[in-house]
Design a protein. Structure first.
Length: 81
């Protein structure tokens, strides 16, 4: 997946770009983190690995139904943050 900018002007400081092994002219990210399978036509070097992430949040001390309501309201947003 070629990036649309120069490797010297990457939008993020920690984004490491390397020369494309297919064309040798453009730049590609060293790693791609995705939640879906890559397209079949996308050439991939190396093998994929499984990354598991967890979210921990502090929440106010509640008891009983109020506590359950706080947890259930927070759960849908964890998927998108």
């Amino acid at each position: 997946v070629h990036v649309p900018y120069s490797h010297r002007h990457a939008p993020f400081q920690n984004l490491k770009l390397v020369p494309c092994l297919q064309c040798g002219k453009k730049w590609v990210p060293e790693a791609i983190i995705s939640t879906v399978e890559p397209p079949n036509h996308l050439p991939i070097r190396g093998s994929g690995i499984f990354i598991q992430a967890r979210v921990c949040r502090s929440r106010p001390k509640e008891i009983g139904e109020k506590d359950a309501l706080n947890v259930s309201e927070a759960l849908p947003f964890l998927e998108y943050e």
